[in-house]
Design a protein around this ligand. Structure first.
Ligand code: UT7
Length: 336
């Protein structure tokens, strides 16, 4: 699916961002005492050194609410100004109520309507595009889009092939109409035929929790890493190239490429295939690991708060996740 800026409706920009990661840091060295692995293996294969892990008392909505408050404050607005809250997550607090309603209660955004979306690691970009549609059509003025995950309880801490990869965290963005180009183009794609390559089969209506399902461990993440790696590189590269072609923007004109932070090798491969300079490709996977739906907004919040963005800068987001789902978005930055 492709969406260019339509001939009618408003342009939509990010007015403010915020993020939060839990206090506890889990290093590669600590992982050496949990599974048969080494700091050297993890760093050389993934670029990760550490990740943050939520405390027992913290759920996804707790991380999300802090990120949301920071984003709203950064926008110069109040929670009561929010018309809509969309939480993108694969690790909701519970099946229902949705996590967005729980965030609404915590931050006091009493005017908003609230719902969740699940597109795994692609979630935040999918959420931005959904939020954009509401603002562009004037169905909402201020839309809070959150990417948040407490993925650590769904990781099998006995499986070295997955447990070293993931971390918890949350990020949020407030969308508003703007005067510039804002979100210029979005491309999204999915392939359900490859669903089994990255899956958490248990706990839902297919395999509801029973003593047997718990024993067999099907309520943990299962991934065929090498296969996922190949699809991640090819789909993200294609989505990014397509978006540049449609918009006529050259990679040299993009300030930052912000890819989903799953693996430094994937990120480098995409940067090279797009012909980007190393300093254009933003990477923080070393400090957070793979935070799934939180990953690109954690990165954007870092860039924005680091004072590295000016009005008019072009940002290229590119994501990939279970489903498979993938996407790319080109945006002109303007939070003035
Ligand atoms: O966020 C959604 C999208 N997710 C991704 O994009 C993740 C994509 N996949 C990857 O990032 C990589 O495939 C991994 C990081 C998961 C794995 O890296 P790899 O270079 O593809 O390694 P591999 O799976 O081919 O395994 C190579 C070897 C194996 O040993 P043998 O069979 O060659 O003897 C594994 O058993 O490395 C072994 N291995 C480990 N060794 C030490 C796997 N995990 C570990 C580990 N520590 N943690």
């Amino acid at each position: 699916m492709t969406n260019g800026t339509p001939p009618f409706g408003r342009t939509v920009r990010i007015k403010g961002t915020g993020s939060y990661v839990p206090e506890r840091i889990l290093t590669n060295r600590e992982l050496e005492s949990i599974v048969d692995t080494t700091d050297e293996w993890i760093y050389s294969r993934t670029g990760m050194r550490e990740r943050h892990i939520a405390a027992d008392h913290e759920a996804t909505s707790d991380l999300a609410a802090i990120a949301a408050q920071r984003a709203i404050e950064n926008s110069g607005l109040t929670p009561a100004d929010m018309d809509m809250i969309l939480v993108c997550t694969s690790s909701p607090d519970m099946f229902f109520p949705n996590t967005a309603c729980l965030v609404q209660k915590k931050i006091g955004a009493h005017r908003a309507f609230c719902f969740d979306m699940e597109a795994a690691c692609s979630g935040f970009l999918y959420g931005l595009e959904v939020g954009r549609q509401f603002v562009q059509s004037s169905s909402a003025e201020n839309v809070l889009v959150i990417g948040a995950e407490k993925i650590s309880p769904f990781v099998n801490w006995k499986d070295r092939t997955t447990c070293v990869l993931f971390g918890d965290g949350a990020g949020a963005a407030v969308l508003q109409a703007g005067n510039g180009r804002g979100i210029m183009e979005t491309i999204m794609g999915s392939d359900g035929l490859l669903a089994d390559l990255l899956i958490m089969p248990g706990g839902g209506s297919r395999y509801p929790p029973t003593p047997e399902t718990l024993k067999s461990g099907i309520h943990f993440i299962q991934m065929q890493g090498r296969e996922v790696f190949k699809h991640a590189v090819s789909n993200m590269t294609k989505a990014a190239l397509d978006i540049l072609k449609h918009t006529g923007v050259s990679i040299a004109d993009v300030k930052y490429i912000i890819p989903h932070q799953a693996n430094a090798r994937i990120i480098h491969a995409i940067g090279q295939r797009l012909g980007g300079r190393p300093d254009q490709v933003y990477m923080n996977v070393e400090r957070y690991g793979n935070t799934s739906a939180a990953s690109v907004i954690l990165a954007l919040d870092e860039v924005a708060r680091g004072g590295q963005l000016e009005k008019g800068d072009l940002l290229l987001f590119v994501v990939f996740g279970a489903g498979f789902t993938w996407g790319a978005m080109l945006m002109e930055w303007d939070n003035s």
